[in-house]
Design a protein around this ligand. Sequence first.
Ligand code: ADP
Length: 605
Amino acid sequence: MFKSIRTQISSLFVLFIVLIEIAAAIASVFITVHHYHKNFSDAVSNTFTPEFKSSITETANTAVTETSADGTNGIVITDSSPVIVDNLSKMILAYRDLLSINRSSDLFILDRSGSVLYSSRGEQVTESSAVIDNALAGVESISGGFLSSAIDYAFPVMSGSDVKYVIYLKDSLVLQKEVLQRHAANSLFLIIVSALLSYIIGNIIASKVTAPIKTVSDQARRLAAGEYTVLSRFDHYSEIADLKESFVFLANSKKEHADKETAEKRKIETILENMNDGILAFDMNGALTHINREAQRLLNRKFVDDITFNNFFKEINVDITLESLQYLNSRASVEKEISINDNVLQMSFASFSQNSEGGVIVIIHDITKQDKLEHARQDFVANVSHELRTPLTVIKSYADMLADTPDANADIRTRFLNTISSETDRMTKIIEDLLTLSQLDVNASYERPSDDINIRSMLEGLVERLSLSAKKKNQELTYTPTNDIPMITGDRDGLERVFTNIITNALKYTPSGGSINIFTSCVFNDILIKVRDNGIGIPEDKLPKIFDRFYRVDKARSRDKGGTGLGLAIAKQTIETSFNGKILITSKLNKGTEVVIKIPLPKKN
Ligand code: ADP
């Protein structure tokens, strides 16, 4: 009910004023009562001085001459002598003004039994009173508590040790009551008027105080809603202005904080979005709170609204649950590896917690390349070992046999030694090829030779050198330059090695009577070199592997023809890294093969 400051202030103000009025009224009651009581006791003590009291006693005990009923005069001293009572009353009534007799107080003279002998108002009896009882017992006393309806005084007039009369004064406080009633009426009127007035004034003051508070609280509400510029400065000093200053300060620091937070958030979002790794974040209940582009790409998910931790990882066959991560040390993580769409993904799960907030972060790393490289490396080592072991086994067994049969005839010895020599050549060729490959691997990132190369004369020379072996197999080996080929610069030995390998392959894998035709042309910005044969060809399913290191379509056949399976790998590496070109093979089984080398000309400025 009294919730608003405005009501509280005006109510307190009214209460305060009314309380002051009531206190003033009570104080005035006390002052009035005190005044009348003091007046009475002052009048009594000023009148009934010791001298006055002893002269009263004396008068009461002095014999008086009274005319008796029969008309004779005589001296009488009686307890109820009307003359004495009259004398006594006269003595006291001499002080009537001081004692307010017949205005507010009454005078009684009582005999020793308490009967009224004289009353200033002519009353025959008096109400019982403690002071009368005291006086009848010989003790003078004055009464009048604050709340009593009357104040009275009684003085015993003694005759010897006996009480002869009692002088009794009683003020019924009529005047006091009248004054108090007037006071009460005035006070009530005053209280009502001042309550009304104070309510109005209180309201005015309260609205003066609360209006700026209301403004500030409205502005504070808008500030909380993010309207940071809503607060303006007060142009004069007051507590409210001070409060507003504090709000302005708070608003500025909050804005600064919010700006910083937004910038920080954007920074983190940008980092997350542009990371090469996929990131997923889940809250404690397993709901997805963040997923970056890379994670969507790697997981092949366009729509992510339905992702929840346990369901999602179960769906992609990752054996992990949110519950199992909850008690994980904050520095620890759980690693899992899965394959999705030919990609090998490494997932790292880490949980975090901050007060009651927390969740799980999943980092997805695409390790497909590393995985392939690792497999390639393992295959390569296995292939090298295998390729070297074969000639070594032959060499060792032939050498052992020669050692075991020292008396073998010269023919056998020569044959054995020839085999050992040719196997050694084979090993040397493999090692040379491997060295060439590793050199090319290194050269891919280092400086390459820049010799002047005339492709046409290089091919003409090669055809001339190989024409003898072609002739031996009754093969036709031709070279047709379609148009002029410009000179290029680059690794001359490397290019010659490539051409040699491709032409030799064509000769090797083309039966006797077949033909091998070489063409060169310059088309637009490319030099094209074609080596076409009508040999055994390559099965279609083997074509994609033809450039792999140590790959041979028919191992035994290739071995017989002195092949290592490294030639095309070297050719591809050389053309791509040293000449920025391309090498393509098309082939039809039993029909023939065509190898096309495309070398781009350097761009003219
Ligand atoms: P190799 O030393 O065995 O010839 P290459 O890397 O040069 O090794 O060739 C790889 C394989 O490709 C060969 O073993 C062969 O099976 C096949 N090949 C290459 N050129 C031809 C061709 N002109 N005709 C048919 N098969 C070929």
